[in-house]
Write a protein that binds this ligand. Structure first.
Ligand code: NAP
Length: 268
């Protein structure tokens, strides 16, 4: 009975890309807070097991586990949403890539757009019922200040020459715009959606873009982990944060463009 009550009082947090530099640090920071069960959403079972073991050892929280999902695949995300029926209180969309060459998923979608943009969008939508039943619940979209050049007529670099930096900046602009569109739609359900820049951290993702990164993963995870666990993440919605402060987001100011991007993503 006591065990049941303890489980009922636990908040369930999901973190994508938790085998990577910042995602693992976000998952650890949440696991270190009292009352959280954390599920790492990863594509590689071996790496996921290692990350689970590391986070349990360093946080002392035994309630850390993993589920396998490829966030670049709508089918894989929908299968995850079928398996994972518990109320969800926190979803951190963080998994992203910066491949140097243009690649496509097996469904024929440009890989960076599928992973960084549609992955966040599909997962949030696929888990809406679970977030609703976890309400008050929140979604944290790990975006970036390194954002811009979104071309609504060429989201997949079919017309423009592919460049991983431009494709990345576009994807992070899209994360920030879709945060607003999703926040508007989910507010009636008691689900908030906010975006943030984490920190500048050396990782496969940043190294592929030619960046080193001067912050530790722990420091880089501070703002997303704070939005995931602090009251601010439930009080605010549709906002963009840097260094634990709300910042003006110029990408959210053109509501027609935000809506057009939302509709474009719905078509996938
Ligand atoms: N690093 C920075 O300086 C910086 C700055 C601003 C914003 N950000 C943002 O922070 C977030 C994390 O970046 P990071 O630097 O920590 O990157 P990272 O170390 O390269 O980690 C990326 C993570 O995403 C996972 N992933 C990639 N494709 C996936 C897929 N199809 N399905 C499931 N998981 C997938 C990777 O899994 P595997 O381990 O299996 O490859 C890995 O866990 C990103 O959203 C990025 O845009 C980073």
């Amino acid at each position: 009975m006591q065990e049941t009550t303890r489980e009922q009082n636990q908040r369930l947090a999901l973190v994508t890309g938790a085998t990577g530099a910042i995602g693992k640090a976000i998952a650890r920071a949440i696991a270190q807070q009292p009352g959280y069960r954390v599920v790492l959403l990863c594509r590689n079972p071996q790496k996921a097991d290692t990350a689970v073991g590391d986070i349990i050892a360093s946080s002392g929280n035994q309630r850390v586990s993993q589920e396998i999902v490829d966030v670049s695949s709508k089918r894989s995300i929908e299968a995850l949403a079928q398996r994972l029926r518990d109320p969800v209180h926190v979803l951190v969309n963080n998994a992203a890539i910066t491949p140097r060459r243009r690649q496509e998923t097996s469904a024929g979608i440009e890989l960076q757009f599928a992973t960084n943009v549609l992955g966040y969008f599909w997962l949030t939508r696929a888990l809406t019922e679970q977030l609703r039943s976890g309400s008050p619940a929140r979604v944290v979209n790990v975006a970036s200040y390194w954002a811009g050049d979104l071309d609504l007529d060429d989201l997949e670099f079919k017309r423009r020459p592919y460049n991983n930096n431009t494709a990345y900046r576009q994807s992070k602009q899209a994360n920030r715009m879709l945060t607003i569109a999703l926040a508007q739609r989910l507010s009636k359900d008691g689900v908030t959606v906010n975006a943030c820049h984490p920190g500048d951290v050396s990782s496969r993702l940043s190294n592929n873009l030619g960046f080193g990164g001067h912050e530790s993963p722990h420091d880089g995870a501070r703002t997303p982990a704070w939005l995931a666990t602090d009251a601010v993440g439930q009080r605010e919605t549709g906002k963009y944060f840097e260094q634990m402060q709300v910042r003006r987001c110029r990408f959210g100011e053109d509501s027609e463009k935000v809506e057009a991007l939302y509709q474009a993503c719905l078509a996938y």
